[in-house]
Design a protein around this ligand. Structure first.
Ligand SMILES: NC(=O)c1ccc[n+]([C@@H]2O[C@H](COP(=O)([O-])OP(=O)(O)OC[C@H]3O[C@@H](n4cnc5c(N)ncnc54)[C@H](O)[C@@H]3O)[C@@H](O)[C@H]2O)c1
Length: 333
């Protein structure tokens, strides 16, 4: 009897170890935001519901709770994240908590605390517990002196927002931790990410999501950016795929630790024309605010040839595909 139970426990333990080796255990911070929700869904499909822990400081919806493990964790308190890492034997740490560009400018001290001090905590924990670490950067990590069309991976970076400054800090410190301590840091600079089922978090590219909601509600949209403001954008599924691809890429394939990823670039005028193919009477008007200054300092077209060459990055959705997907998702809701 004792012998059977010993053998069974041994089998369970071996199976668990094998399972653990092929399926990373993943912690996502700031996971209730625009990117965290679809990313958790995708990672749970790929690696198993029980292997993905979503964390944030907000109360999750019932829907989100049904999808898998949720834990409260404030990244400003290193012990809360540490406890989750230890208790859940985390292998991959995906750090999404941040204040985005437009709201960062409204509360600079909080942006510094969250985007800079919070990132210090995450880097230190990744070093201590040998986690593979992903932290996204942004087109906002470039500034007015950077080449804007196209913007390559390596060029002058002098952003003028606290968001951009904090992201350059993340890129450099992450790369330093890679070279100095061997932390497997991976970072992608995202353009504006467009999605239908989660709200944008207060960035300068949010207009490209709001415009669809207003098109359906009132067939009109008042845009806070000039009609000719060209910015790089990406459909959410492509963004999520880029995270999975870079996390799965063998280390030796990565010739750098921070990559631009791009999919398309358009202006509010061009987006309006694409929307008018579905809604011919849709009208746009303009009331420019502070976000114009931010957009004017950002890349217009992102050069992502290194990502394409090194780990086969290839987006699937173009402007027409994005408009078609937004309307079909929103009309179903
Ligand atoms: N969405 C985009 O278009 C875009 C573009 C480029 C880069 N990014 C980057 O991707 C990441 C995720 O962006 P997002 O759009 O999902 O942002 P979001 O604003 O939608 O989500 C951020 C989440 O962080 C959480 N958070 C705030 N303070 C926290 C704290 N103290 N501890 C733990 N969590 C906290 C918020 O509650 C929120 O759910 C960010 O790092 C952002 O810079 C996003």
């Amino acid at each position: 009897m004792l012998c059977t139970s010993l053998v069974r426990n041994l089998f369970i333990s071996i199976n668990r170890r094998q399972y653990h080796r092929t399926h990373p255990r993943i912690l996502i911070t700031g996971g209730c935001g625009q990117l965290g929700v679809p990313l958790a869904k995708r990672l749970r499909e790929q690696y198993g519901v029980e292997n993905v822990v979503l964390s944030d400081i907000v109360r999750p919806s019932d829907e989100l709770l049904k999808q898998g493990i949720y834990r409260y964790a404030d990244v400003m308190d290193i012990k809360q994240v540490q406890e989750l890492l230890v208790n859940n034997q985390i292998d991959w740490l995906i750090h999404l908590s941040a204040l985005l560009s437009a709201i960062g400018e409204k509360d600079v001290p909080l942006a510094m605390k969250l985007n800079i001090e919070g990132t210090h905590h995450i880097l230190e924990l990744a070093r201590k517990y040998k986690c593979k670490l992903f932290i996204p950067s942004t087109i906002g990590a470039f500034g007015p002196e950077s080449p804007r069309n196209p913007t390559p991976d390596f060029c002058i970076q002098r952003p003028r927002t606290i968001y951009g400054v904090s992201k350059v800090h993340t890129e450099l410190l992450g790369e330093y931790f890679y070279h100095r301590f061997g932390v497997d840091f991976r970072c992608l600079r995202f353009p504006g990410v467009i999605s239908a089922d989660t709200k944008p978090g207060g960035g300068t590219t949010d207009y490209a999501i709001e415009i669809f909601h207003d098109a359906l509600k009132s067939n009109a949209y008042r845009c806070y950016l000039r009609g000719d403001t060209r910015l790089p954008m990406m459909w959410v599924d492509d963004c999520i795929q880029s995270i999975v691809s870079i996390m799965e890429a063998p280390s030796e394939q990565l010739k750098q630790r921070t990559y631009n990823v791009a999919a398309m670039s358009f202006t509010p005028d061009e987006l309006t024309k694409a929307i008018q193919k579905y809604k011919p009477n849709f009208k746009i008007s303009y009331e420019i605010d502070d976000r114009q200054k931010i957009a004017d300092s950002w890349p217009q077209v992102f050069d992502d040839q290194n990502a394409r060459q090194h780990w086969n990055w290839s987006p699937k959705v173009d402007l027409d595909g994005l408009v078609q997907r937004m309307f079909s998702y929103l009309e179903r809701q």
